[in-house]
Design a protein around this ligand. Sequence first.
Ligand SMILES: Cc1ncc(COP(=O)(O)O)c(C=O)c1O
Length: 423
Amino acid sequence: MFSRRAFLRTSTAALATFTNASAARVQSATRAIEGRAAAQVASDESYWREIQQAFTLDRTIINLNNGGCCPSPRVVHDALKRYLDVSNQAPVYHMWQILEPNIESVRRRLAAEFGCDAEELAITRNASEALQIAQLGLDLGKGDEVVTTNQDYGRMLDTWEQRVRRDGIKLTKVSFPVPPKSMDDLASRLLGAITPATKVLHFCHITNLTGQIFPVKQICDEARRRGIKTVVDGAHAFAHFPYKASDLGCDYYGTSLHKWLLAPIGTGFLYVRRENIPALWPLTPANASRANDIRKFEEIGTHPAANHNAIAEALTFHEGIGIERKSARLRYLRDRWATRLTQNPKIRLHTNLDPKHSCAIGTVQIVGQPTAKVIAKLWEKWRIIATPIVNDEYEGARITPNVYTTIEEIDTFATAMEEITRS
Ligand SMILES: Cc1ncc(COP(=O)(O)O)c(C=O)c1O
């Protein structure tokens, strides 16, 4: 059989072939801005040009829906393809014996970035899976109450609703204005809905609808004091703006890695505070001997190792930019279109631009025009992709740029919106 040493020789050679010039250019661009404040670098187009060139995009379209899932940089996508090629030689050996054990390096590095112990972090296929492990794995019975908001993610609400139908739990959904009055207002709406039957609070770290950031620690600390578990939906938060697990204080946290980390499609993680691991049931059952092991949540059967191993390359790319620089750039791009458009009386912004409240995401409405029509016009004339957000309380186009978005693309979007307001 292929020895480990022979494999390493071959893969090192392969690595040399795949090392791409754009990664080196990003590295040297980063060296050039070392020591400068993130806010200054946010508008340094010569730096961001190198980041833009690190992707293999279709620049005939302007993709302002990075809230769904994102393209990976070339270096990540190459790693994914390389691991798939290696796996396919003899998956039972190359994938299971060579690649799969290296998931532990990914766990260690993700845990370091998130700020938890590696033994508290399970790698999942997306945020839905991560959150559903918590939502469906908690022992809840008839009459137990879960408090959430009516702006939480649809699939996560559906998951709780299924428990209402199946287990007889009670679900309470609080509403809040957009933009909200204050962080305290958000906290008091959730905490104020707690009753003696409440066992769980479930809410977003940052919502997908308007990009509203929640005062997670304030809510979680109070919930903990009252003996209530907290499930935080961080699908949009990880690698978007700076924070660590200790800034949150939650019991369970689920995130996507194919959004802001730019890892391959089909990656996410679940954080479970160590003391909660034994009592949380996995979604896909595991042997009883693994009850205290975070890996019990990864017993999903045969799956590609390529996806989760290429997360390591995405982490390297992410760390190369640095979270402070990345979030400063994302806010710079968002503010560039938002401050211009809010000069127009026909434009209403549903996102608070204060950095404590939001980062890359902004939801904007043209008053008097149905959002579906605005989205269609953006696509038909300018090939701009934006997401319609329409609910009973408000509507608008959700705009999410990414590190690869150019100033010209942002300005084209703003010009397009101004033209649509006149139509
Ligand atoms: C707030 C929120 N939660 C959960 C999810 C689900 O994420 P995933 O598609 O990675 O399962 C999303 C996806 O957009 C989301 O925006």
